[in-house]
Design a protein around this ligand. Structure first.
Ligand SMILES: [Zn+2]
Length: 448
């Protein structure tokens, strides 16, 4: 099954940043076999199905490196709150989560992301009310049905309010059951082969909701199983003050002490970093999920993304949960990352291509997926096709710049591992209106 996507502006995102303004991409089954410009592969020997992309921009499928799919159920709450106030208001509602609600939320969040060109999604789930089973399995089912790749996590919280943590005691778990559940999910779901569609990460929630011991034991378990580690870090000034009081150091110093700055770790946010801490991220190869809209929504600040990249850290983009970024659109984050970098550091702070690279190669590097993130022979055939004949691109000569600067957009076609997930701007394997309807039924259970 070979398919040629012809007559497109190909943005390969290879190391050299190669683009072909009049190019084509050839896939065979689930992988790319060739990418080129000008004349298409031999007409007589072609044996492929040809799709004319009519001058569309073709990019790698986008990679989302931080999310909480369940939060679609509690949007637009705590509207003026900072992080800690927002969390305290939402925890009691989140305690109502179960597999049925998670399934509806995941379908909504994953569908939104797919329609924004996103082919691979990391989800940080850390709310596991005691006795409720099947929450991670529910989001895996949603991802399989829609056709996107999912890195799910067995997150955790074990430091309740009576022990000096932030979450209510009813929402924290005991350490042994967290670790046992994580190991069970690894055995049941984690794929290791190139082209893996479902993977598991180990993701205790944050320094203010997890004990030191669980952070340490999570790292031991993840390294024994060969899984990656993830957590929230240095999101707000309140978190910094909290860590100084509880641990006598900054959040980054605390993680460093725990052996959590390493190339098998990535952290969400990383807004409040000293220059030395930026350097430590680079030296250790630690990854960062930059979530600009969420950081602005909660008034948290702006992560020093260019400095992190220059130091050698891996950086990708995340929409973060829909309770702090009500739009689950990763292409919108590409534009937001560009604007916020320039607002912070001037017009030369980030180019359009650097912003787009964060959401493709950057995200793939953060998830340590060298089979994703670029249009190159041998890699997984994940690609997003962006129409260029709409009103907003009229007058643009550089269509890639026009696309990013006028974003967000609904993708015309999203291909994951050679299979259509979105075609003509609509989901192929599910009905958008039905997903929204089922989600409304579940969301009604999350009203205060
Ligand atoms: Zn988050």
């Amino acid at each position: 099954m070979r398919t040629l996507y012809a007559n497109g502006w190909i943005v390969t995102m290879d190391d050299a940043g190669t683009e072909h303004p009049y190019g084509w991409v050839l896939i065979d089954g689930a992988v790319f076999v060739a990418v080129g410009a000008g004349e298409e592969p031999d007409e007589h020997n072609r044996g492929y199905h040809r799709i004319d992309c009519l001058g569309a921009v073709i990019t790698p499928g986008l990679v989302n490196t931080h999310h909480h799919l369940y939060q679609t159920l509690t949007r637009a709450r705590a509207q003026e709150a900072d992080l800690f106030t927002w969390l305290r208001e939402l925890y009691p509602l989140w305690a109502r989560i179960d597999a049925e609600a998670e399934y509806a939320a995941a379908r909504t969040g994953l569908a939104e992301l797919a329609l924004s060109g996103c082919s691979t999604v990391f989800d940080h789930h850390y709310v596991f009310p005691r006795g409720r089973r099947g929450i991670v399995e529910a989001e895996v089912q949603a991802a399989r049905e829609l056709g996107v790749r999912l890195v799910a996590s067995r997150g955790s919280m074990d430091l309740g309010v009576s022990d000096g943590g932030l979450p209510p005691d009813a929402l924290v778990e005991d350490l042994d059951s967290v670790l046992a559940e994580t190991e069970r999910l690894h055995g049941a779901l984690h794929e290791t082969s190139p082209g893996a569609r479902i993977q598991i990460a180990v993701a205790p929630c944050s320094p203010f909701s997890v004990t030191r011991r669980l952070m340490e034991e999570s790292a031991v378990l993840a390294r024994r199983l060969g899984l990656q580690l993830h957590t929230h870090l240095a999101e707000t000034v309140e978190e910094e003050a909290y860590c100084r009081e509880l641990y006598g150091c900054s959040p980054v110093e605390y993680l460093d002490e725990l052996g959590w700055l390493a190339d098998d770790v990535w952290c969400a946010h990383c807004v409040h970093l000293s220059r030395d801490e930026v350097g430590r991220f680079g030296e250790t190869g630690t990854g960062v999920a930059h979530c600009p809209t969420s950081n602005l929504r909660l008034g948290a600040g702006v992560a020093p993304v260019r400095a992190l990249e220059e130091a050698g850290a891996r950086v990708g983009l995340g929409v973060d949960g829909s309770a702090s970024n009500e739009r689950g659109d990763l292409f919108a984050e590409v534009k937001q990352a560009l604007l916020v970098a320039r607002g912070y550091d001037g017009s030369g702070a980030m180019t359009v291509r650097q912003a787009l690279r964060l959401a493709t190669r950057g995200g793939a590097a953060v998830l340590r997926r060298d089979d994703l993130g670029s249009l190159e022979a041998g890699k997984q055939a994940d690609l997003a096709i962006w129409p260029t004949d709409g009103l907003e691109l009229g007058g643009a000569v550089d269509l890639v710049a026009g696309l990013v600067l006028s974003g967000p957009h609904r993708v015309d076609r999203l291909v994951v591992g050679g299979e259509d997930v979105v075609r003509a701007g609509a989901l192929v394997k599910a009905e958008e209106s039905e997903i929204a309807r089922a989600h409304r039924v579940q969301a009604a259970r999350f009203v205060a």
